[in-house]
Design a protein around this ligand. Structure first.
Ligand code: OGA
Ligand code: NI
Length: 362
């Protein structure tokens, strides 16, 4: 039986510890947002004041063709300012995108016990983790989101360990995305004056993770967030979002995309994928490319799903601004560090915008 959600302890036990998630709480019949999910006013998202990002998606089929330079410029410009852009003709079949969204809905509709076996402390495999919110133990207000995260090591281990309901589409998504990711990195590195070798790109995307995020309907979206303000820690993130909307990005500097500090919505575009720059690219580029601060709103009408692929170097990798860039800039904005140390800091604190990057600052 569902507990009283007015009591913080029993809510935590039901949602987090027992693995019922926000979904279980909503399904038990909820008419108001429990205190534990109420964001302080400064974190709430004012839907009516946010503008939509009007930039058309970048057509990746033109890379390598007569319009290569123009398309490369679009990728570079977006990465230097907003840290977010959308792409079409990305090589991931559009019907696969549809299957991914359907599969995510099906997975989160499974009984709680089917998902809860993958909670971090009991999961049969270190590759798979099911959870809710980001770091529930550390957060002043919880995020209105459940998720499952699947780490990729190789095909055999994925086939053996990823939940069978979502395994095949997720693997296919990863397989069909990676050449796009490599092409984008090639463009970004070349623009920095680096001659990117395949081995360098291999290092940048050595680790890959496919997540499925589920944002249940919320009785009062104005008081909650689906995901709080954060940047992604890795190299590039590929994100498939459904048609509901609610993904917002903060403009870091005045630019063609808007005014500093303004939040713009990345609107759903059928068939497109969203790309965002992670903290590691900001470090490597010595701050030229911006990892984007972003967050997600909830809605009262329909549950939303999104399916990101996170790419990053191996945990043992040494990360520092690229020497070619530092030489040109005259100074390094970031120090050298081991990725594992950066991750430890990132995953042990509640989301707090781009504070994660302070760890690497010189
Ligand atoms: C994330 C994220 C955005 C979304 O998972 O890191 O920012 O639209 N997701 O769900
Ligand atoms: Ni993110």
């Amino acid at each position: 039986m569902a507990p009283s959600f007015d009591d913080g302890n029993s809510l935590f036990n039901f949602v987090v510890r027992d693995g019922n998630g926000v979904k279980g709480m909503v399904d038990s019949g909820l008419s108001t947002v429990p205190q534990a999910y109420m964001q302080p006013p400064i974190e709430r998202i004012d839907k009516d004041r946010a503008r939509k990002h009007g930039q058309p998606p970048i057509d990746l089929s033109k890379l390598g063709g007569p319009e290569h330079e123009e398309v490369a410029k679009q990728i570079v410009r977006a990465s230097e300012s907003l840290g977010f852009f959308q792409v079409v003709n990305h090589g991931v079949p559009v019907d696969l995108l549809e299957s991914l969204k359907d599969t995510a809905h099906d997975f989160f509709s499974l009984p709680a016990e089917k998902k809860a076996v993958y909670r971090a402390d009991v999961s049969p495999t270190p590759l798979v983790k099911y959870g809710t919110s980001f770091v529930p133990q550390k957060e002043k207000a919880l995020e209105w989101k459940d998720y499952i995260s699947m780490q990729y090591t190789n095909d055999a281990e994925a086939l053996q360990n990823w939940p069978e309901e979502i395994r095949d589409v997720s693997l296919e998504y990863l397989r069909t995305s990676m050449s796009m990711v490599r092409n984008l990195l090639q463009v970004l590195l070349e623009n920095l004056g680096v001659k990117p070798e395949d081995s360098m790109i291999d290092v940048l995307v050595d680790k890959k993770m496919v997540n499925m995020n589920y944002y249940p309907t919320c009785p009062n979206p104005d008081l909650t967030v689906g995901v709080g303000r954060h940047s992604d820690m890795g190299t590039l993130t590929i994100l498939l979002q459904d048609g509901i909307g609610g993904l917002y990005v903060k403009i870091e500097e005045d630019s063609e995309f808007g005014k500093k500090g303004e939040w713009v919505e990345i609107p759903p575009v059928p068939g497109a994928l969203v790309i965002n720059v992670g903290d590691m690219i900001q470090v490597l580029s010595n701050g030229k490319y911006k990892s984007a601060e972003h967050r997600v709103r909830t809605t009262s009408t329909k549950s939303r799903v999104s399916i990101p692929i996170f790419t990053m170097p191996n945990a043992t990798a040494k990360i520092a601004p690229l020497p070619e860039v530092v030489e040109k800039d005259g100074n390094a904005l970031y120090k050298e560090f081991i990725l594992a140390d950066y991750m430890k800091n990132f995953f042990s604190n509640a989301h707090d915008g781009k504070k994660s990057l302070d760890f690497a600052k010189n």
